[in-house]
Design a protein around this ligand. Structure first.
Ligand code: ZN
Length: 323
């Protein structure tokens, strides 16, 4: 077993406290490969932002758990070498069992999510409590979830969204002992969040639910999943260079900015990064069909990611300069 402190990582506790006081949110970017990790570190260090490296169960299987552990450690060292030792969290996204959490903590994760949101309420509490009791022994922070997001992301999928019931949050937080809570207020997983025609806007987030949750658990860190904005510019680029994405829309960045200023301390962004990578690679393949050096298309993909992450950090989350 390796403890995350040996890798130079931190848990989310201090980061969320500061984010709450400062009215900003910490970015949680998903990664499965080298270029994504490089982009996250470069963007975060250059903007002096704390960052949460997020790994799903599927990503862990894809990338190999041992390799991931050393990649996270490498990220810490690279940040130092770049002249700004930003706080870095290694977080399990949508943990679905106690055994998975245990295994992640044994390979250097400093934070875990246990997602019992699809379970009946009492079972969600039981599973979450079990994970909290174990994780806190190792000073690993735990994110729970109440309410279900619509959409598809790796192993998580639901056709319909079920908004968080504000009357449950106090009881859930108290009885589970979680450090943060993911809620459902209308964000959604995946690239196809809202089926809208070009020019139409997606339904707004339910800020009334967020306000009521915050009133009931004032000062407690809230997490938003499925918070990609699905930039039309990138969707158009993908389709221009041979892709075939359908009409789609994401969560507007104005609304995310508003959420980041409130009790929302962590905002998850995955799909926007996937789209940026796809657009950049398609462009190279379209313009230079003779290209066969992966660095010549993964490099531009990495550059596109750096630009995207910096934009999110500075213009949406407001976590720049907070490292
Ligand atoms: Zn999620």
């Amino acid at each position: 077993m390796i403890h995350y402190k040996e890798l130079g990582l931190v848990n989310t506790r201090e980061l969320f406290k500061k984010a709450m006081q400062g009215g900003y949110a910490i970015p949680a970017f998903n990664f499965n490969n080298l270029e994504q990790l490089q982009a996250i570190i470069v963007a975060s260090v250059e903007t002096k932002s704390p960052v949460i490296l997020q790994v799903s169960k599927g990503a862990r299987q894809y990338a190999n758990q041992i390799l991931l552990q050393y990649m996270a450690q490498g990220a810490v060292e690279v940040a130092k070498q770049m002249g700004c030792a930003i706080p870095i969290v290694l977080h399990l996204d949508h943990g679905d069992s106690f055994d998975l959490v245990k295994s992640c903590i044994g390979t250097g994760f400093s934070s875990v999510m246990i997602d019992g949101s699809h379970l009946p309420y009492e079972e969600n509490i039981k599973l979450t409590r079990q994970v909290v009791d174990f994780s806190h022994r190792y000073a690993v922070s735990v994110e729970g979830e109440l309410g279900v997001l619509a959409g598809v992301e790796d192993d998580v999928s639901s056709e319909q969204s079920h908004y968080t019931k504000p009357e449950e949050v106090e009881d859930f937080v108290k009885r589970t002992g979680v450090d943060s809570l993911a809620i459902s207020i209308g964000t959604s997983h995946g690239a196809y969040k809202f089926k809208v025609k070009p020019g139409e806007s997606p339904p707004p987030l339910r800020f009334d639910i967020l306000d009521e949750v915050e009133r009931r658990i004032s000062g407690f860190p809230i997490v938003l999943h499925g918070a990609s904005s699905i930039p039309q510019k990138i969707v158009d680029e993908i389709n221009k260079y041979g892709g075939k994405l359908e009409d789609t829309a994401g969560v507007s960045e104005d609304q995310l900015r508003r959420a980041a200023k409130s009790g929302v301390c962590k905002i998850n962004i995955d799909s926007d990064g996937r789209l940026a990578v796809t657009g950049a690679i398609r462009k190279v393949f379209y313009e230079k069909p003779g290209e066969f050096d992966p660095r010549k298309y993964l490099g531009p993909a990495r550059d596109a990611l750096i630009e995207l992450y910096k934009h999110k950090i500075i213009n949406v989350l407001g976590s720049n300069g907070k490292a």
